[in-house]
Design a binder for this molecule. Structure first.
Ligand code: C2E
Ligand code: CA
Ligand code: CA
Ligand code: CA
Length: 279
């Protein structure tokens, strides 16, 4: 048994080394990817639930890896968060979003917003606001056409400081949405005290509609509460007509999901946008 134990330990050690090496390699590659323009933003439309008019887009990062192909955020965002690479990555996507927004502006008849995901590490930088202002200035972008998506955990950790920053961002004209609502602390009691414009109901909640009647009732309550405090509601991850109709009945304002479009590269989504305008 002792011998067996030693053997397993050795295997374990080898595997550890392997995963450390893999991780270091990935970190290196990610650093390179930033320089080599391999990180790109895809965009997913958000539509007004009753009219179907496109009102905004969410920017979602993809890694065009030279050998592994198109990598989803799940495969590298956690590493980016741990290593701090999320800061340059986040700024790169913010800039891309501004450029995308500016090309949209030329085609759009109505006001369109572009949303970017902001990680805790970004917001926690002391000079975050200055950095944002610099990007807006350099990209010649109007803050009221920009939206920051933040998660509940960000709002809850070191509450005071983050809330202050978010208030300042809002006074600059940037819209703030609370992402993944329903997955974290989700205290409905807090809702009215949060400095947010939009609430995004997480797709895991939406999927509950199919399974239980209770799911819809909970979402309905959330939407009512949000509306009472003048917060608009986006339903995430709408994949089918049943979910769409349920959300219409519940008075949800906007929706985002595969039913409308998957996230797509900017040129493709601009074509999609043009083809849908006037409908
Ligand atoms: P998220 O912010 O909650 O983004 C929504 C995710 O749901 C996206 O996954 C989107 O592709 C997916 N989605 C949209 N509609 C549907 C649908 O109808 N059904 C299903 N099953 N999924 C749908 P994605 O692009 O893989 O991104 C995953 C997460 O990675 C994001 O979740 C966000 O937390 C993070 N992320 C993506 N881009 C960035 C970024 O630039 N910065 C940061 N900090 N995080 C990012
Ligand atoms: Ca998001
Ligand atoms: Ca989300
Ligand atoms: Ca999410």
């Amino acid at each position: 048994a002792k011998k067996q134990g030693k053997k397993t330990w050795k295997l374990f050690e080898e595997e550890m080394q392997l995963s450390i090496i893999k991780r270091l390699r990935l970190e290196n590659e990610l650093q390179q990817a930033l320089v080599l323009d391999q990180l790109v933003a895809f965009y997913q439309p958000q539509v007004h639930i009753l009219s179907g008019v496109i009102t905004g887009f969410e920017a979602l990062v993809r890694w065009e890896h030279p050998s592994k192909g198109l990598m989803p955020p799940f495969d590298f965002i956690p590493l980016a968060e741990e290593t701090g690479l999320i800061i340059p990555l986040g700024e790169l996507i913010m800039r891309a979003a501004c450029r995308f927004g500016n090309s949209l502006k030329k085609k759009a008849k109505t006001k369109i917003r572009v949303a970017v995901n902001i990680s805790a590490r970004q917001l926690m930088q002391e000079d975050f606001l200055q950095r944002v202002k610099k990007i807006m200035r350099e990209e010649n972008y109007s803050p009221d056409a920009l939206e920051f998506e933040i998660t509940e955990s960000i709002l809850m950790e070191s509450l005071e400081e983050n809330i202050e920053k978010i208030k300042e961002l809002r006074s600059m004209g940037i819209h703030i949405s609370l992402d993944d609502f329903g997955t974290g602390y989700s205290s409905l009691r807090y809702l009215s005290s949060l400095p947010i414009d939009i609430l995004k109901i997480d797709k895991s909640f939406i999927q509950e509609i199919d399974n239980t009647a209770n799911g819809a009732a909970i979402i309905g309550t959330i939407i009512q509460l949000a509306h009472q405090t003048h917060i608009q509601v986006v339903a995430e991850g709408i994949e089918n007509k049943i979910q769409l109709e349920a959300m219409q009945k519940l008075n949800c304002d906007y929706l985002q999901g595969y039913l409308i479009s998957r996230p797509q590269p900017s040129t493709k989504i601009l074509d999609f946008y043009e083809s849908r305008q006037g409908k």
